[in-house]
Write a protein that binds this ligand. Structure first.
Ligand SMILES: Cc1cc2nc3c(=O)[nH]c(=O)nc-3n(C[C@H](O)[C@H](O)[C@H](O)COP(=O)(O)OP(=O)(O)OC[C@H]3O[C@@H](n4cnc5c(N)ncnc54)[C@H](O)[C@@H]3O)c2cc1C
Length: 337
């Protein structure tokens, strides 16, 4: 294992931002990870997966540990379900395709989300009506300071909308090393009601979709809507959709009757942040090399040489405008580093 110094992270973050790690090491096994932690007890640590959910606004003054643990297998099964374990460094989309190839159901709607398996619990990744909490069983993690090996069961992870214990109570304390999912072997519960999945399947004249058909539909929709980070630097949805108290929402609705919303519970309502940003006139705007995607107002982009600070300024500008116009505070989904 080589520890690099002043190491460029440009190719390790999907925004394509130039920032340097004071020290950088890629670890390929649990033993390597434990060795690095033991031999560097005092250095500040920063954990890096696929770099698809972060905005680097400065150099990282820490030992950056790129978790590259590989391996995936079915660890248990009965007639109806299989329990599948993946190591943290497996690419998420490749892992999803591998489960589908074995006719294991549950993750198909989460196809083509960038990043690594080990990061998926951190913000409870979700898309097209499904979140990983729906099939998550547990994850294993190492405590960075004590190296204690800890198992987090589903109920301990406190999953919410793009939230978990790893973004709150135990933030930056653990390195997730593996994740176990429970997937269906038969009687798959396909979820095609969300977004344009049904329309996409109908366009392809598919009336009895398989797991693979749903995955292909999701891939086609995502490719048509979201910029590919290899072509245009971005980190997916930059902001979370704000969840408002119903009483607050009703006041805003009086002023803006066409405001779209989804009822979350008896007391809460979710508003699409992309709509707010588009209405505020930001869609497609460019400020130097930082901007807002032309088709997807929720996605901030790097046209080439934007710095993290420049993208952050655009994000702040959007947040202030939305607050002034609608009285709604929108929060970043992306981790600002
Ligand atoms: C084009 C595009 C589309 C996207 N679409 C979606 C979507 O539909 N739904 C969705 O939920 N997300 C989406 N995302 C966001 C992103 O893909 C996910 O959040 C993903 O899980 C991030 O994984 P990563 O490995 O790249 O994380 P990174 O960016 O490497 O890390 C994210 C955070 O987790 C920490 N971390 C990383 N690995 C570990 C580990 N093993 N243990 C502990 N901490 C760790 C990091 O320190 C950082 O704070 C999208 C991103 C892009 C670029």
């Amino acid at each position: 294992m080589e520890i690099h110094t002043d190491y460029s992270l440009k190719t390790y973050n999907t925004f394509g931002i130039e920032a340097k790690a004071k020290q950088f090491v890629a670890v390929h096994s649990l033993v390597e990870l434990q060795t690095i932690l033991t031999e560097n007890p005092t250095n500040k640590k920063f954990i890096l997966g696929g770099g698809s959910n972060m905005l680097l606004t400065q150099n990282i003054d820490a030992l950056v540990i790129h978790v590259d643990l590989k391996g995936k297998e079915v660890i248990d099964e009965n007639d109806d379900y299989a329990w599948v374990e993946s190591q943290a460094g497996e690419n998420w989309h490749e892992f999803v395709l591998w489960t589908i190839d074995q006719n294991l159901g549950g993750l198909e709607n989460l196809s083509l989300i960038p990043g690594n398996v080990g990061t998926t619990p951190i913000q409870n990744i979700g898309a097209y009506g499904v979140e990983i909490k729906d099939s998550f069983v547990l994850c294993e993690a190492l405590h960075i300071e004590t190296q204690e090996h800890v198992v987090f069961k589903k109920e301990e992870c406190k999953f919410g909308y793009r939230e978990s214990i790893f973004k709150n109570e135990v933030k930056d304390e653990f390195i997730i090393t593996s994740v176990v999912f429970k997937l269906t072997k038969r009687n798959h519960q396909l979820n095609t009601s969300y977004g344009a999945i049904e329309t996409e399947l109908a366009n392809q004249h598919i009336s009895k979709p398989t797991l693979k058909d749903v995955s292909n539909a999701v891939i086609a929709i995502r490719k048509s809507k979201l910029p590919d980070p290899k072509e245009l630097g971005n980190s997916g949805s930059f902001f979370k959709n704000p969840v408002l108290l119903k009483t607050d929402f009703e006041k805003i609705q009086k002023q803006f009757p066409v405001i779209p919303h989804y009822v979350v519970s008896d007391t809460e309502v979710k508003v699409p942040a992309g709509w707010l940003i588009e209405q505020a006139g930001f869609k497609g705007k460019r400020f130097g090399d930082a901007g807002i995607h032309k088709n997807q107002a929720l996605v901030l982009v790097n046209y080439g040489h934007a710095t993290g600070q420049e993208i952050l300024e655009v994000a702040h500008n959007i947040q202030e405008t939305i607050l002034k116009t609608y009285g709604i505070q929108i929060e970043a989904e992306v981790n600002i580093i």
